[in-house]
Design a protein around this ligand. Structure first.
Ligand code: PEP
Ligand code: MN
Length: 359
C-alpha cells in the first residue's frame, strides 16, 4: 500500500498516519517531496484493508499494491485454469460454445435444439429451468420439471447441462441435475449464493452483474473460490449504459482485461449483450478475436414462440451459420472449434423425447 499525503500535510499529521499504519503491524517508509510525502507501507497489506485510511487527516490518496482478490488473480497462479465442462475443458485451446434456449419450455423444443447445436459443434446445452425475470408476471421457468428435461436431453445427446441457480435454497436441487451452475447477472453479488456454490466442486458460470466493475466480478469469483471451489468461469454479458440501441452494452475490452487479471476462463454471452439475434454473430466473432475462451448463445427452434428472450435467440439454421462463421476467427486467434459442415448433416436426425407432452 502506498499512501500519498495532501499538499501541506503537517508533520504531526504524517506522524499520525504512520502510527495508524504501524499499529496495524506494518512498517512505513517516508519519501518527502517538495509538496507531498509518499508513505510506503511494508508488510501484509490485507491488515490495512479494513482501515479507513482516506478518513485520516492529511491523506490524499491510497494505492493498494496487491489485488484485493488473491485466488482469482493471475499473480497467484502459475498457469491458466481449465474448468471441466462435461468431457471438454474451458480455458484450453478450444473455443467452447454453449448453446440452447433461454428457458426450457418442453421436451420437443429442447431435444431438437440440443441435437442441432451438438451437430454444429456446441459442447454444452444451456437452458433455464428457474428464470430470473424482471417482472413477477413473466414466465418463471418450468422448475424441477425443466431440470429433468435437461438431464434426459443430456442422456440422449451427451451434452453437459448449464443451468441457472437463483437461490441458496435451490443449490442442492439444481446441482443434482446440472453439470455447470450458472449464477446470473442479477445474482452476481448474492454473497450467500456465491458462498453456497463455493462449497461444491461443481463448475460455476458467473455472469457479470449489469452494473458491476471487473473488480466486482473478480471479487465475486473470489467468494466462490474462497470456499474451496476453484472451478469458476467468468462471463461478460454486457452492462447497463445510456445506450438504448442494444439491450446492454457489450464490454469487449473486458475480455482482454480479465485475461490479464485472472487465470480463470472467460467467456462471452453475445445474446444478452446485444438483445437482438442479428447482432449475435458480430459480437461472437469479436469476442473470440479478443481472446474469449468460449461463448454462451441462446438458440430456439422457433424464436417467435419463445417464452423468454426470443428476440435475441438464433434459430437452428442461424446457429449453424454462426459456427461456420466463427471458424476463421477461432483459427486467427490460434484456437480450435468443434463441429463441421459435415456434422450439420447429422442434424437432420432430431429424435423427439418419447413419452412426454410435446411443445
Ligand atoms: C440467461 O442466461 O438467460 C440470463 C438470465 O442471463 P443474465 O443473468 O446474463 O441476464
Ligand atoms: Mn435469456
Amino acid at each position: 500500500m502506498i499512501i500519498v499525503t495532501s499538499p501541506g500535510a503537517t508533520d504531526a499529521q504524517i506522524d499520525h498516519i504512520r502510527e495508524r499504519v504501524e499499529s496495524a503491524g506494518l512498517r512505513t517508509h517516508l519519501s518527502r517531496g517538495e509538496h507531498r510525502t509518499v508513505i510506503g507501507c511494508i508488510g501484509d497489506e490485507d491488515r490495512l484493508r479494513g482501515v479507513p485510511l482516506l478518513s485520516i487527516p492529511g491523506v490524499e490518496t491510497v494505492h493498494p499494491v496487491l489485488k484485493p482478490y488473491k485466488l482469482a488473480s493471475r499473480e497467484f497462479a502459475a498457469e491458466f485454469t481449465r474448468v471441466p465442462v462435461g468431457a471438454v475443458e474451458l480455458g484450453g485451446p478450444e473455443v467452447v460454445v454453449i448453446a440452447g434456449p433461454c428457458s426450457v419450455e418442453g421436451p420437443q423444443m429442447l431435444g431438437r435444439t440440443a441435437a442441432r447445436v451438438a451437430a454444429a459443434g456446441a459442447r454444452a446445452l444451456r437452458g433455464g429451468a428457474f428464470k430470473p425475470r424482471s417482472s413477477p408476471y413473466s414466465f418463471q421457468g418450468m422448475g424441477e420439471e425443466g431440470l429433468e428435461l435437461l438431464a434426459e436431453t443430456r442422456e440422449r445427446t451427451g451434452l453437459p447441462v448449464v443451468t441457472e441457480v437463483l437461490d441458496t435454497r435451490q443449490v442442492e436441487l439444481v446441482a443434482s441435475y446440472a453439470d455447470v451452475l450458472q449464477i446470473g447477472a442479477r445474482n452476481m453479488q448474492n454473497f450467500a449464493l456465491l458462498t453456497e456454490v463455493g462449497r461444491l466442486r461443481r463448475p460455476v458460470l458467473l455472469k457479470r452483474g449489469m452494473a458491476a466493475t471487473l473488480k466486482d466480478l473478480l471479487l465475486a469469483a473470489e467468494y466462490v473460490m474462497s470456499q474451496g471451489n476453484p472451478n469458476v468461469i467468468l462471463c461478460e454479458r454486457g452492462i447497463r449504459t445510456f445506450g438504448t440501441e442494444t439491450r446492454n452494452t457489450f464490454d469487449l475490452a473486458a475480455i482482454p482485461v480479465l485475461k490479464r487479471e485472472t487465470h480463470l476462463p472467460v467467456i462471452a454471452d453475445p445474446s444478452h449483450a446485444g438483445g437482438r439475434s442479428h447482432l449475435v454473430p458480430a459480437l461472437s466473432f469479436a469476442a473470440v478475436a479478443a481472446g474469449a475462451d468460449g461463448l454462451i448463445v441462446e438458440v430456439h427452434p422457433d424464436p417467435e414462440t419463445a417464452t423468454s428472450d426470443g428476440d435475441q435467440s438464433l434459430d437452428l439454421d442461424a446457429f449453424d451459420a454462426l459456427m461456420d462463421g466463427l471458424r476463421p476467427f477461432a483459427a486467427a486467434a490460434g484456437r480450435t472449434l468443434a463441429g463441421s459442415k459435415a456434422g450439420n448433416a447429422e442434424a437432420a436426425v432430431e429424435a423427439p423425447v418419447a413419452g412426454v407432452a410435446a411443445r
